[in-house]
Design a protein around this ligand. Sequence first.
Ligand SMILES: NC(=O)c1ccc[n+]([C@@H]2O[C@H](COP(=O)([O-])OP(=O)(O)OC[C@H]3O[C@@H](n4cnc5c(N)ncnc54)[C@H](OP(=O)(O)O)[C@@H]3O)[C@@H](O)[C@H]2O)c1
Length: 248
Amino acid sequence: MTRALILGGTADASLLAAEFARAGLDAVYSYGGRTRAPADQPLPTRIGGFGGVSGLADYIGCEGITHVIDATHPFAAEMSRNAVEACAETGTPLIALERAPWAAAPGDNWIEVADVNAAAAALPEAPAIVFLAIGRQHIAPFVAKPQHTYTLRFVDPPETPLPFPADVIVSRGPFTLDGELEMMRTRGITWIVARNSGGDGARAKVDAARMLGLPVIMISRPRLPERLRVESVAEIMQWLGHRTCLGA
Ligand SMILES: NC(=O)c1ccc[n+]([C@@H]2O[C@H](COP(=O)([O-])OP(=O)(O)OC[C@H]3O[C@@H](n4cnc5c(N)ncnc54)[C@H](OP(=O)(O)O)[C@@H]3O)[C@@H](O)[C@H]2O)c1
């Protein structure tokens, strides 16, 4: 009998949960607990960390999990590494659902960097108006460039003071191209810092930057251990030996 664990927190994970529910698959959906009101899922849901590799291995054993699907954000590297180790330890098949990264298109002006520290270093010295499209927990390195005016966007309002003054937008994606163009124009944004998440839900800011001729400091994905990886819900269903009615 199949009993799957979805490591979620992304739009793709929600699509997968919907397909599992339609197919009547026995599965648990897991949230990391980063947002205050995570979207409801049509599957039994748990919230919060497992307690590292050993905690996840214990969970897999105690819950009778037969398959693990890592559908976390491509930058959720700790969770993904833990999943590789815990699945190896318990002999549980693992697959990752991960969209391909974006590639620069003609007209894009990207500066590709390895991590968030390199992104802060890549900003110009002259004052700029910067849209920092990265998670709350990654903004600290930008303290080193106080000459810039920063716009941040979070799903929830910040609960503790930010490490530097910033214009904060509280909003949950996906975002539209028109909306991103309007946001960048009204704030006079001159630079963008983004993570190469891939997929459609977060793409509009990159398209808007190209249309406005703005430079984007694009943070590359973290390196992860080798694992089976697919890009669509349909491929996950095939891996589990189920047919799907989705074209995804
Ligand atoms: N949709 C988006 O745009 C977006 C962007 C960023 C992050 N996220 C989501 O937010 C979550 C946390 O991201 P992160 O960057 O903080 O990850 P991370 O740094 O890789 O994870 C840190 C720790 O959080 C716990 N954790 C993360 N994801 C979990 C999950 N799905 N279920 C249970 N525990 C989880 C694990 O704790 P233990 O070691 O205690 O098990 C993990 O070691 C992920 O689920 C990710 O998909 C979504």
